[in-house]
Design a protein around this ligand. Structure first.
Ligand code: HEM
Length: 316
């Protein structure tokens, strides 16, 4: 009797694990053209505006780090609902929502209410990296969309640019990442742009910055708060629109845009990882790919949890 009860329990556990598992072939029969549709739309969006690749990659990160990869970041505020888009790390900073809405409507046109917004974000992040010259990886699929969002978790769990190395390591450890994963994921800052208000302190007040680099940034980012706050600078001043390992060589020459970037190479425990990724493009792309898969696996909703949204910006 005891053994049949424990066998039943084991079956239950196995079923729970199985339902929580994502698979790269999830849409192979239910929507065989989903991935090619997403890829075509991402490539078109990136060709139209190179920066969009960076914005889409960041959307996926900001989705996964809050409640898990559940599309919560895409839910727009309404009179009765507060989402994540106006949380401090996201407000007037996250972009690409219109591109995701467009992809979702193209996917809805071929497969009604089948492909989740959370999966679209995960695939679009990968396709963005590839569109900008990075290596590809396989994205596990089958996430479902949340009916909730959390601006307070967005505020507490997304790392700000003034974090030091200890803060960064613990923010990523909280989500199950090693310091090496954190350094690899930060390589995403090899593309995209940042606002003056996020790097002002670093260029005026830190000493671990290349003087010529600081001077060039100051030209477009005045010292006074409130002046030029939203002016942009590339996160990678060398190859801004190419997904390569230049981010790490920049750090070796003290050309990290944010305080948090330069913390990864500032005499601390992650220096050697930065050196390794700077000297080996292959070591970086393989560490980046596995950390991205790990990130994309953060607490997905699966099975009958959540829903498949019809429109990514609102619950059904
Ligand atoms: C390690 C901690 C991180 C911090 C402190 C951080 C912080 C920031 C900040 C402050 C910006 C600029 C926002 C603005 O000025 O509007 C930014 C941009 C960006 N971040 Fe991060 N980030 C981190 C990790 C990541 C990760 C893990 C990814 C993706 C895997 C990522 C991808 C990006 C991209 C692609 C951009 C440029 C977006 C665009 O041009 O639209 N970041 N990040």
């Amino acid at each position: 009797m005891a053994s049949s009860a424990s066998f039943f329990l084991l079956l239950l556990c196995m079923a729970a694990v199985a339902s929580a598992q994502l698979s790269p072939t999830f849409y192979d029969t239910s929507c065989p053209n989903a991935l090619s549709t997403i890829k075509r739309a991402v490539t078109a969006a990136v060709n139209k505006e190179n920066r969009m690749g960076a914005s889409l990659l960041r959307l996926h990160f900001h989705d996964c780090f809050v409640q898990g990869c559940d599309g919560s970041v895409l839910l727009a505020d309404t009179a009765t609902f507060t989402g994540e888009q106006n949380a401090v790390p996201n407000m007037k900073s996250l972009r690409g929502f219109d591109v995701i809405d467009n992809i979702k409507s193209q996917v809805e046109a071929i497969c009604k209410q089948t492909v989740s917004c959370a999966d679209i974000l995960a695939v679009a992040a990968r396709d963005s990296v590839v569109a900008l010259g990075g290596s590809s990886w396989t994205v596990p699929l089958g996430r479902r969309d949340s009916t909730t969002a959390s601006s307070s978790l967005a505020n507490s769990d997304l790392p700000p640019p003034f974090f030091n190395l200890t803060d960064l390591i613990s923010a990523f450890d909280k989500k199950g990442f090693t310091a090496t994963d954190m350094v690899a994921l930060s390589g995403a800052h090899t593309i995209g742009q940042g606002q003056c208000q996020n790097f002002r302190d670093h260029i005026y007040n830190d000493s671990n910055i290349n003087p010529g680099y600081a001077t060039s940034l100051k030209a477009n980012c005045p010292r006074a708060t409130g002046s030029g706050d939203t002016n942009l600078a590339p996160l990678d001043p060398t190859t801004s629109y190419t997904f390569d390992n230049a981010y790490y060589s920049n750090l070796l020459s003290q050309k990290g845009l944010f305080h948090s970037d330069q913390e990864l190479f500032n005499g601390g425990s992650t220096d050697n990882t930065v050196r390794n990724f700077a000297s080996s493009a292959a070591a970086f792309s393989s560490a980046f790919a596995s950390a991205m898969v790990k990130m994309a696996n953060l607490s997905p909703l699966t099975g009958s949890q959540g829903q498949i949204r019809l429109t990514c910006s609102k619950v059904n």
